[in-house]
Design a protein around this ligand. Structure first.
Ligand code: A3P
Length: 308
């Protein structure tokens, strides 16, 4: 099935989720060709759920022995999406239809993906590589997406007025959607295999980033030592990856996410708030999305904080 998209001209249903045609090509290539290693780490999410933040934190935590000094840390020089490349946009190059050379990536390798659990490369599921999933309440995720699209799209791609985009969203029609199925599949996997999948929420990270940084380190098998805990190591990582710091860095104010791409680095840093959706939602929109969330998620035990 094909539907008129927003963000991309058309969206196609593939393995239960909606994508642009180039994303489907990318996923096919990645499913067939990507060979995961046991020590790889995959950061997975629905777009606009806090992926950039989690990528920065995970990179800083996992590679801290190589980059103990924060003075010339790679995160000061490169955008998090360059250090943690997304499979479906960067590793598979839609422009020339090839996969990139991965041999020069810092090890252990960290990848990003918006691909739902069901469509991940088999090797990711079968090796011991770990997955960290981040999700965010759907109200803020929708608004963050709509604003993101409307900032860049007028020049390049089709966009929709808020109300129309919202209707599509509620039907699950959005790239990598339905978002609730995306979240639920990773949630179930994290319960079935807690050593394989760590499930995080953006709101929890905002509430207690220190606790979650330690949790990520433990999950990845590199817990902070007592010595590290007593020094500034954790606080420095948190500061380096903070919204305020990241947004101000030159690399994140300029440049694009990969060569020839239209998405500028600066678009990944907007407000970083919980509850900005109140500035966009009408009462009927609140009612409609609340109903969907109740229907889709209530039995899962998953819930989200929607106000700060
Ligand atoms: P808003 O648009 O609500 O501001 P993603 O990285 O998945 O694309 O998600 C982007 C959202 O995360 C944006 O939300 C962005 O501002 C926020 N964000 C980016 N970097 C962040 C950071 N270091 N800390 C907290 N939030 C961050």
């Amino acid at each position: 099935p094909r539907e008129k998209g927003w963000i991309t001209p058309y969206l196609y249903l593939f393995q239960g989720f909606w994508y642009s045609s180039t994303e489907i090509q990318a996923i096919n290539t990645f499913q067939n060709q990507f060979q995961a290693k046991d020590n790889d780490v995959v950061i997975a999410s629905v777009p606009k759920s806090g992926t950039t933040w989690l990528k920065a934190l995970t990179f800083a935590i996992l590679h801290r022995q190589y980059f103990p000094s924060l003075e010339n840390h790679p995160l000061l020089i490169f955008n998090p999406h360059e250090l943690v490349p997304p499979f479906e946009f960067v590793i598979y190059d839609e422009i020339n239809g090839q996969t990139h050379d991965l041999s020069k990536m810092p090890k252990p390798r960290i990848f990003g993906t918006h691909v739902p659990f069901t469509s991940l490369a088999k090797s990711i599921k079968e090796t011991d590589c770990k997955i960290i999933y981040i999700c965010r309440n759907l109200f803020d995720t929708f608004v963050s997406t709509w604003v993101f699209v409307n900032k860049i799209m007028p020049k390049f791609l089709p966009t929709l007025p808020l109300e129309e985009a919202f209707e599509r969203y509620c039907e699950g029609i959005i790239g990598f959607g339905p978002s609730w199925n995306h979240i639920l599949d990773y949630w179930k996997e994290s319960i079935a295999r807690p050593k394989k999948v760590l499930f995080l929420k953006y709101e929890d990270l905002k509430e207690n980033v220190h606790f979650n940084v330690k949790k990520i380190a433990e999950f990845l098998g590199c817990p902070f030592t007592k010595e590290e805990e007593n020094s500034e190591v954790i606080e420095n990582i948190i500061k380096l990856c903070s919204f305020e710091k990241m947004k101000e860095l030159k690399v994140n104010k300029s440049g694009t996410m990969g060569k020839g791409r239209i998405v500028e680095n600066k678009y990944f840093f907007r407000k970083a708030e919980i509850g900005d959706w109140v500035n966009y939602f009408s009462p009927s929109m609140v009612e409609k999305l609340s109903k969907i969330i109740e229907e889709k998620l209530s039995r899962s035990g998953l819930s989200f904080r929607v106000y700060d």
